[in-house]
Design a protein around this ligand. Structure first.
Ligand code: PGA
Length: 245
């Protein structure tokens, strides 16, 4: 039995005041049992959020981390810095990091290994662009992204990762993948994982998920939750989606 997850990716939204406002409106004490809720917030809000959510079932994630433990890397953040704040999750390989910050599969793999060693749970994002989809390359692309990122990761460690299938063309576009298409790619992703852990790893769909469509994804046998951008910024919508996972 895989525990369903609702993960919010706030991207570069919400100041600390807006973060406090969100949590005031989000009824954090009414989270249904057997659900995991993760809010991946910008770095400046993490210290406050982790403290404010202590003792609740909300877990806090970052949206990026460096692969080195420390060093002269201006503007970067280390796994130890996140761990010291009680951050539990980290999004890795989001398509915006790949597209705007030139993150490669190799860099994402290094970040993944450093995160796992530190005891952070990576939410590894994979997904094809529209052009790749139209060329029929979806499986090939996600296979490359997953194989490279998971190279040198032991099967036991793979069992601790969360993977989000986020087609690039569906992110922030309002053009969500159909539930059948998402299920097809996600079951393919499951087949790429080490056999002993195939049933354990949680696989999420992401890309224009909203309260109106999240339920259809959750009905699919291989989809264990959602990674939500835009709709996670609104406390009411986020809470509504929680009722559907
Ligand atoms: P969206 O973003 O829900 O706004 O499409 C998803 C994501 O980028 O994780």
């Amino acid at each position: 039995m895989r525990t369903p997850i609702l993960a919010g990716n706030w991207k570069m939204y919400k100041t600390i005041l807006e973060t406090k406002d969100f949590l005031r409106q989000f009824h954090k004490n009414t989270i249904p049992d057997n659900r995991e809720v993760v809010i991946c917030a910008p770095f400046p809000s993490l210290p406050w959020l982790t403290e404010a959510c202590e003792g609740t079932s909300i877990q806090i994630g970052a949206q990026n981390v460096h692969w080195e433990l420390e060093g002269a890397y201006t503007g970067e953040v280390s796994v130890a810095m996140l761990k010291s704040l009680n951050v539990t999750h980290v999004i890795l390989g989001h398509s915006e990091r790949r597209a705007y910050f030139a993150e490669t599969d190799e860099m994402i793999g290094r970040k993944l290994r450093t995160s796992l060693t530190a005891g952070l749970t990576p939410i590894l994002c994979v997904g094809e662009t529209l052009e790749e989809k139209e060329l029929g390359k979806t499986n090939e692309v996600v296979k490359r992204q997953i194989r490279t990122a998971l190279e040198d990761v032991s099967p036991v460690e793979v069992g601790k990762i969360i993977i989000a299938y986020e087609p690039v063309w569906a992110i922030g576009s309002g053009l969500a993948a159909t539930d059948e298409d998402a299920e097809r790619v996600i079951s393919y992703i499951r087949s790429l994982l080490p056999e002993r852990y195939q049933d354990k790893v949680r696989l999420l769909y992401g890309g224009s998920v909203k309260p109106e469509n999240i339920g259809t994804y959750m009905k699919q046998p291989n989809i264990d939750g959602a990674l939500v951008g835009g709709a996670s910024l609104d406390p009411m919508q986020f809470h509504q989606m929680l009722g559907e996972v």
